[in-house]
Design a protein around this ligand. Sequence first.
Ligand code: FES
Ligand SMILES: [Fe+2]
Length: 404
Amino acid sequence: MVHQSISELINHYKQGYSLEQGFYKRSDVYETEIKNIFLKHWILAGHVSQINAVGDYFLFEFDKESIIVARTQGGEVKAHLNVCRHRGSRVCLEKKGNAKRFTCPYHAWSYGLDGALIAARMMDDSFDKSVNGLHQAHVELVGGLIFVSLAENPLSLKGMRSNLDVTFEGFGFDKMRLAKQKRYEINANWKLAVENYQECYHCTPSHLEYAKIHALSLSPQKFEEHRKNYLARTTGNVRTDAANYYFDLAKSGEEGYQYDRHPLLPNMKSGGLGGKPVSVLLGNLTSYEGASSEFMLGPVTFFLIYDDHMVGYRFLPLSVDKCVCDIFWFVNDEAEEGKDYDLGDLTWLWDITIQADEVIITNNQLGVNSHFYQSGKLSQMEDFQQHFLDWYVASLKHPSRSGF
Ligand code: FES
Ligand SMILES: [Fe+2]
């Protein structure tokens, strides 16, 4: 087969069909994605409850990047590129911990919690430490959620905030605690994992447990009936309309986002076994509504907000054919483990669901690798995935960041 340029590959893109093989396998496509998507958009790094004390830190890593997210002396959350300004060694090797300073293991240059270079052994008097601090990534807190952008000029979150701040307050975004985080490694291109998350066509055949709780697994017509019933009975405590839209905002300098609320099946309250509650209610909620909200910020971070807990999903590429899905379980920060929630009950649904997804996505990649794979027609239950693919293909054309 004649090797196509990325532009030729893009020109062949057929709306309503899955992507051609090259998008999932080619290293030049992957490198362009890293520059145009992962070094440009906001990504969830973690939660403030992971770094409560001064000096607490954790590493946020994907592809070739490593970022130290730390709590400074002044109590701020900062994100430093884990690349020494001397000759580039990784400075911090531990995945998490507490430090007074970060000392490079190679020649012992030493950086403060704010990333400033404090000491550089035996450098001559003309060496200016003040311009040799660790490069800074941009940080934004959404409630207690830590978002990081590696862009030189990050996309604005203002539109999203003014649209959704009241909604976040209702769910108590700044009064949550990370109860559990788990990593699922998937032998597939990152897009297959994101696409899989974005469609519920596979929910009934693959996720029986999910399908018994969520109306989203039903056909669009049946789902609409449940949605109407839900809207008729809702108390109006929680925002029920969709806050739009998403991916194309980047053109105007705004980060893409989306919010929507979906009914659960009748008598289901939350994501526990049998649709049972799993913890105390979030934020200002006073009763169970039999629904859950979906919130997406940037292209690879998603949240599912039940009335009594929130699940975060983050998809990160490790290489062209390997990615991870990190799941975060959040509870009301007043909830006590063992008394108000059981970790096993809290994590049950999405642990088994993502384990099943790992298998589905890996099998998807194996088929896509075949000489006989060709783009296939998408169903009407894959319309959100379709938006993502349109946005993705357009993103490959965007100019990339210029670097530090
Ligand atoms: S590479 Fe870090 S001190 Fe030399
Ligand atoms: Fe799934």
